[in-house]
Design a protein around this ligand. Structure first.
Ligand code: UD1
Ligand code: CA
Length: 467
């Protein structure tokens, strides 16, 4: 949309967050809260998107450098009106409509912005200088109040701190979502004053200014007040997270995913889950995770930036990070897949098994108490309990290769670099230091000694004989 530009305000420190981090980088459902308005604007087809940064600007710019935004720095945070006037430097020749959003309103929906655009553009009345979104809330504390005249027309917005006792009772509030005609902004932004309780240039004062000049101010009201809630402290951060997760979970359930207890299921924005997958409580799915169809993800499992193929079961309390799990795998309970683990189909990784930067071929199994690091494991391999790939010699990491059909007996150590050939056997308790040829058996085991009656003699006179 060529005649639509957008400004996102994100320069404030967010004093009420009590944080060293800029407020807009605090996380909601796995993303910095600023991601949500930015993402919405990208989808709404705004031509130019100007992001006003200030407090912690380096961190904000770094986090959003790949989004095709124009950054403007507001050196001193002199108010939302001042922030928009800084942004206008980037929109000097722009003559269309300017959508203004706050970086701290993550729950805003595309439909609401679309309705605002429709109101502003297709309204039967003369074109408004300002169109804005209001909402009615039970507790309006902290928000700018919408003051209307006897005909119901908006005449001004009064900030909480500037309210008379009567105005403070008004429950219709400013959501901070506005659409301005660029020409109105260019002509009036410098007229804002700062004679108010906070000594700031207030963007909402433009409403009073427009009305004074006999220009139209239109509004729509959204019924879903949660959508426009601003996040100003950590309590609101938690509430926003709760709403965002509820939305994500609802969308998944509607698309065919079973979530046993949505309130206790933490799926971050951007995660995909296939149909007929069942997710148990206490599961966290984060990053660019993609779960296939017909999977079961049991309680307490945490899956980060990983792929899980169709029909796989991730059993209780398993942790998977930056890995790929094939189809029909069974992982856990209590398994840990560290980055760069790649499992083919029908692999079995059991309890207390840690896998790192390793691949396992089709049908291979490591069922108990094992560490597999920097290893390349073929198909149909059986790894016995307590196997350890000794991949680190204190300086270098080396690779262990285990070829198709090999059998590694329990409690074996494989000192990398080493290869166990196709179909070879490693006897239990073996320390493998040399390559094992295909089809052979390797075994290192100290000869076994049985000394009869030893215990009785050792404990003679110490009260243990009876046992
Ligand atoms: C603002 C509105 C209020 C509205 C509420 C809705 C003003 C004066 N008040 O209040 O009417 O009900 O939003 O959420 O606009 N920012 C800058 N530079 C500044 C100051 C703020 O970029 O100099 C940014 C902040 O980072 C934030 C946004 O503007 O993303 C809103 O500022 P904030 O201080 O949170 O305003 P509110 O008090 O919430
Ligand atoms: Ca705010």
């Amino acid at each position: 949309m060529k005649n639509l530009a957008a400004v996102v305000l994100a320069a404030g420190k967010g004093t009420r967050m009590k944080s060293e981090k800029p407020k807009v980088l605090h996380i909601v459902a796995g993303k910095p809260m600023l991601f949500f308005p930015v993402n919405l604007l990208k989808n709404s087809g705004a031509g130019k998107i100007v992001l006003v940064v200030g407090f912690g600007s380096e961190a904000v710019v770094e986090a959003f450098k790949d989004y095709g935004l124009s950054f403007v720095t507001q050196e001193e945070q002199l108010g939302t009106g001042h922030a928009v006037s800084c942004a206008l430097k980037e929109l000097r020749d722009f003559t269309g409509d300017v959508l203004v959003l706050s970086g701290d309103v993550p729950l805003i929906r595309e439909e609401t912005v679309k309705a605002l655009l429709d109101l502003h553009r297709k309204g039967a009345k003369a074109k408004a200088a300002i169109s804005l979104v209001t909402t009615v809330v039970e507790n309006p504390k902290g928000y700018g109040r919408i003051v209307r005249d006897a005909d119901g027309e908006i005449i001004r917005i009064v900030e909480e701190k500037d309210c008379s006792p009567l105005q403070r009772k008004i429950q219709e509030v400013n959501t901070g979502i506005y659409l301005f005609s660029a020409s109105f902004l260019h002509a009036n932004i410098k007229k804002l004053g700062k004679e108010n309780a906070q000594g700031e240039y207030y963007l909402p004062d433009l409403v009073h200014l427009a009305v004074g000049e006999g220009l139209r101010v239109d509004s729509i009201s959204t019924l879903d007040a949660t959508e426009v809630m601003g996040v100003n402290n950590r309590v609101e951060l938690a509430i926003a997270g709760e709403h965002m997760r509820a939305r994500i979970n609802e969308a998944l359930m509607v698309s065919g995913v079973t979530i046993i207890d949505p309130r206790a299921t933490y799926v971050d924005f951007g995660v995909a889950v296939g149909v007929d997958t069942v997710i148990y409580p206490g599961v966290r799915l984060t990053g660019a995770t993609v779960i296939g169809a017909k999977c079961v993800i049991e309680e307490g499992s945490v899956i980060t930036s990983s792929k899980v193929g169709d029909g796989s079961a991730i059993k209780s309390y398993s942790v998977i990070e930056d890995s790929e799990v094939g189809k029909e795998n069974a992982i856990g309970p209590f398994a840990r897949l560290r980055p760069k683990t790649i499992l083919a189909d029908k692999v079995r990784i059991g309890n207390f098994v840690e896998v790192k930067k390793s691949s396992l071929g089709k049908g291979s199994k490591a069922n108990h108490l094992t560490y597999l690091g920097d290893s390349v494991i073929g198909e149909g391999v059986n790894i016995g309990a307590g196997t350890i790939t000794c991949n680190y010699d204190g300086t270098n990491k080396s690779v262990t290769t285990i070829e198709d059909g090999a059998f590694i007996g329990s409690d074996s150590q494989l000192i990398a670099p080493v290869t166990v050939g196709k179909g070879a056997y490693v006897g239990s308790g073996t320390t493998v230091t040399k390559n094992v040829p295909a089809g052979s058996l390797v075994i290192t085991r100290a000869p076994e000694k049985v000394i009869e009656g030893w215990a009785g003699r050792k404990f003679k006179g110490k009260g243990k004989e009876k046992e």
